[in-house]
Design a protein around this ligand. Structure first.
Ligand code: ZN
Length: 330
């Protein structure tokens, strides 16, 4: 029995750039220009978003220090092994975690355990990403569906990692890499978030970072739900739960992308006053710098001052992206 969990969801969630970004990235990505000046840049802009540090998003899977070591470790766990090694899900060693990886001024990664409804832990209350993510998750939890889905990711033997998006022009993304870690907790993938950017679909139809995160949370929830149902029901591939899980893994579960749009994204968008009911295949967003990570009057407003304070190079990238989207449609 082998399968590749990475194939669960193939879309690039909120990945507005495709090929274009790859070209741009070569020239301007943090790896080349910004990483080595990362600390300075971060202080200078006060935006927290150049401070990627990590070479790739997998590094965010780690905890305090030793991040790359951890990430490497996960690669070694084959899908077969994780199915075989999964302990009884009811025995929860260190699960119950949504981990938010933040970076300090020196670029070191710190893993914060998200506590629903709480503020960031002491020492991190001035960390912009920590503040933004706590605010976003706490806001999503104010909806019934959001609370239910976050609770599953938080309470069952599941560990979700959330980190800062490393691409300058990305909003939020979900990386479906389901695996078990060494504690036996199931990792339903990870989410990366750029708390600075929202998506604009024209006619004042905007999506704030919070609604974007709600969308990604739904993907992670679905993955964790199907997998934990499968394991808790006895891990029988021929059971109803087994069939549902494997059909999802093999990408035969219909349109997961539109499902996420129609579920938690919609719920949170309605709650916040963001754009409801977008067609992800047809609607093409431009991006904008938000006033606030939460939607409604705050999040749907552009912050021109913040935008103008960005390095010229980044403003140019945003312009270039937005123009290419507009032209594409014509
Ligand atoms: Zn998606």
């Amino acid at each position: 029995m082998t399968f590749t969990l990475q194939l669960i969801v193939q879309e690039n969630h909120y990945y507005p750039f495709g090929l274009e970004l790859r070209g741009i990235e070569k020239e301007n990505s943090p790896e080349h220009k910004f990483t080595y000046n990362g600390k300075e840049k971060q202080e200078e802009f006060g935006l927290n978003w150049l401070d990627y540090g990590a070479r790739n998003y997998d590094a965010a899977v780690g905890r305090w220090n030793g991040i790359d070591v951890k990430a490497e470790k996960y690669y070694d766990i084959t899908p077969y092994a994780y199915a075989g090694n999964m302990p009884t899900i009811a025995i929860d060693p260190n699960g119950e975690e949504i981990i938010i990886t933040v970076r300090d001024k020196d670029g070191n990664a710190h893993s914060l355990k998200y506590v629903p409804g709480a503020k960031p832990p002491k020492g991190y209350r001035n960390n912009q990403f920590a503040k933004d993510m706590y605010k976003i998750l706490n806001t999503i939890r104010k909806t019934k569906e959001g609370r239910r889905k976050i609770n599953l990711l938080h309470k069952r033997n599941v560990r979700l990692n959330i980190s800062q998006e490393k691409d300058l022009l990305q909003t939020s993304r979900y990386f479906p890499i389901g695996k078990a870690d060494d504690d036996g907790a199931f990792l339903p993938g990870s989410i990366s978030v750029n708390t600075l950017l929202g998506m604009d679909y024209g006619d004042d139809n905007k999506i704030s970072p919070a609604t974007g995160v709600a969308h990604e949370i739904d993907h992670a929830w679905k993955t964790a739900k199907l997998y934990t149902d499968f394991v808790e029901s006895g891990s029988d591939p021929d059971s109803k739960e087994g069939k549902a899980w494997f059909s999802f893994v093999n990408g035969k579960d219909g349109d997961e992308e539109q499902r996420a749009v129609d579920n938690l994204e919609r719920t949170v968008a309605e709650y916040l006053g963001d754009y409801v009911g977008r067609d992800y295949k047809k609607d093409k967003p431009t991006i904008y710098v938000v006033k606030d990570v939460i939607g409604g009057k705050g999040g749907r407003q552009r912050d021109d001052e913040k935008y103008n304070n960005l390095p010229k190079k980044i403003r140019e990238l945003i312009e270039k992206y937005n123009n290419s989207v507009l032209f594409k449609d014509k």
